[in-house]
Design a protein around this ligand. Structure first.
Ligand code: PHE
Length: 508
């Protein structure tokens, strides 16, 4: 009967967990007629994958317990507000001094429209607002490439698109593409390029209003003054500004993007509330996962006491680099797979300013300034426009740059980040600063990574012991998805694990 229900789509089957199947939320009703009951599940890790697992299993009445090593749920989804404190693995303790209403998202901070993260925001009642990922008025400053001063995105784009269009149009016009294109194709291509690059009749790029104005157009009598000093094609290519423009074409980075109103951690807060705080143990550091055949025993230490929790199943939703240090009897295949996945560094510094000088003096409302200095990305806040104060992200950098800053004291990090910003925005970047807070993921206890490198991708055969249950233990996390470093990966991986677990409970 169960198989028939499955075939009719009335009960989840093992097949339901297969490729490209839409997720179907579990229901208490799934158990009617099967004579089975919801099982007890211990979930190791209270980040997005762990919370989502508990939340989805809870819909069908599973008895879930979440063990979280940190003193808060959310994992790498971490928002800092005034009063929040951290101590990194180098021993630096910081307390954020942001004023009321100001915050920084130290981890995830932007959500594309196609990711299930937004579905969870809708379902959980977490309000969202636009996150500005690209802004024509933000700057580009490539100091190493010899740029003398920052340039607005719009100016850089006009020049790059202009010259590329000019070169391709001229090449086409001179017959360089005669083998590839028909006469009609060539005419259409040149027509497109004239528009795309704002070319003149001689197919030459001569600048134009897309570059921007030094005096903006206004009332009659003020037609505006175009920005002067149009660089040559050679200068434009040498500046390297073009390297930033494909970013916004990315499937995961294209506008519009969104953020929860009030901070990204509104998502784990809502999940935590939905799961029930009585089901979540924080400060619980797991040391052992033993599959006993008939159940799973998880050993953890909380408040100096070591405890064991027994359950029917376990979902291991910790980062792989941390899980690899936990004792288990899941076999060398699991251990080898965990160790093949390597942790990566990323970091951010939040700079609170006494005024929103980037809006007042630069007319920049949200968006990202790009630079080849080691701060890499500077983010303008996408909330609190026209307010009194605001928090800029003074660096969002990765790998060696993040590690180099991590080795400095928080005060030195601030000094170095501010020095880089002053080169782009001027002295206000220093004089208006009220306080700062820096966060480095590789040096964060119990996480020790911003995201992970999974050689060969998550479906590489070596990760098979993680992509299917090993005994009674399931694995979940963004690191087992095609969207590593996105909450979407954690959510979809959790959905996959609970779907498989539920199908097994129903058929066992
Ligand atoms: N999701 C993170 C971000 O948007 C990390 C990431 C960056 C992932 C770029 C993919 C591409 O910053």
């Amino acid at each position: 009967m169960f198989a028939t229900m499955g075939a009719l789509g009335l009960a989840p089957t093992a097949e339901a967990a297969q490729r490209d199947q839409p997720f179907r939320a579990l229901k208490p009703g799934d158990f009617t007629l099967t004579g089975r009951g919801a099982a007890k599940v211990v979930i190791v890790g209270g980040g997005i994958a762990g919370l989502a697992s508990a939340y989805e299993l809870g819909k069908a009445g599973y008895d879930c317990t979440v063990l979280e090593a940190r003193d808060r749920t959310g994992g790498r989804n971490f928002t800092l507000r005034g009063g929040d404190s951290t101590t990194d693995l180098y021993g630096n303790t910081q307390t954020a001094r942001f004023t009321d209403g100001q915050y920084m998202n130290a981890g995830p901070a932007r959500i594309p429209q196609w990711m299930v993260t937004l579905d969870y925001c809708r379902e959980l009642g977490v309000p969202i607002e636009v996150f500005t990922n690209v802004n024509a008025d933000a700057y580009i400053f490539n100091q190493k490439s010899g740029m003398k001063q920052p340039e607005r995105y719009r100016t850089a784009k006009a020049d790059v698109y202009g010259y590329v269009s000019e070169l391709l149009a001229k090449a086409t016009d001179r017959g360089a593409l005669d083998k590839e294109l028909t006469v009609a194709d060539r005419e259409r291509l040149v027509e497109f390029l004239k528009d795309w690059g704002e070319l003149g009749d001689t197919l030459t790029y001569e600048g134009g209003e897309r570059r921007g104005y030094s005096v903006v157009p206004a009332a009659a009598g003020t037609p505006g003054v175009l920005l002067g000093d149009i660089p040559t094609a050679s200068e434009v290519f040498a500046s390297g500004v073009g390297r930033y423009f494909s970013f916004e074409f990315g499937f995961d980075q294209a506008m519009l993007m969104f953020q929860p109103v009030g901070g990204m951690d509104r998502i784990p807060h809502a999940l935590t509330k939905a799961v029930g705080t009585h089901r979540i143990r924080t400060g619980a550091v797991v040391s052992d996962i033993t599959d006993k055949g008939s159940g799973v025993a998880v050993t953890y230490t909380q408040g100096g006491r070591t405890k064991v929790i027994d359950a029917d199943y376990c979902i291991a939703a910790m980062p792989p680099n941390i899980l690899a240090k936990v004792q288990h009897n899941l076999g060398s295949g699991v251990q080898r797979a965990l160790e093949a996945i390597t942790p990566s560094s990323a970091a951010k510094i939040g700079l609170e300013y006494r005024s929103r000088w980037w809006e007042l003096d630069h007319n920049i409302y949200g968006g990202i300034t790009e630079t080849d200095q080691d701060v890499t990305h500077i983010w303008h806040p996408s909330y609190g426009f026209h307010g009194e104060r605001g928090v800029l992200i003074g660096y969002y950098n990765y790998d060696d740059d993040a590690d180099a800053y991590a080795k400095l004291t928080p005060g030195e990090r601030e000094k170095r980040a501010v020095a880089a910003g002053v080169k782009i925005y001027g002295e206000q970047y220093r004089t208006e600063l009220a306080s700062s807070f820096s966060h480095h993921w590789r040096q964060t206890p119990h996480l020790e990574a911003a995201w992970h490198d999974t050689p060969g991708g998550p479906d590489d055969p070596r990760y098979q012991p993680l992509n299917r249950p090993t005994g009674r233990v399931y694995f979940a996390g963004d690191w087992l998805s095609y969207t590593d470093a996105w909450q979407h990966g954690a959510f979809t991986s959790a959905r996959k694990a609970v779907t498989a677990l539920h199908a097994r409970v129903l058929s066992s």
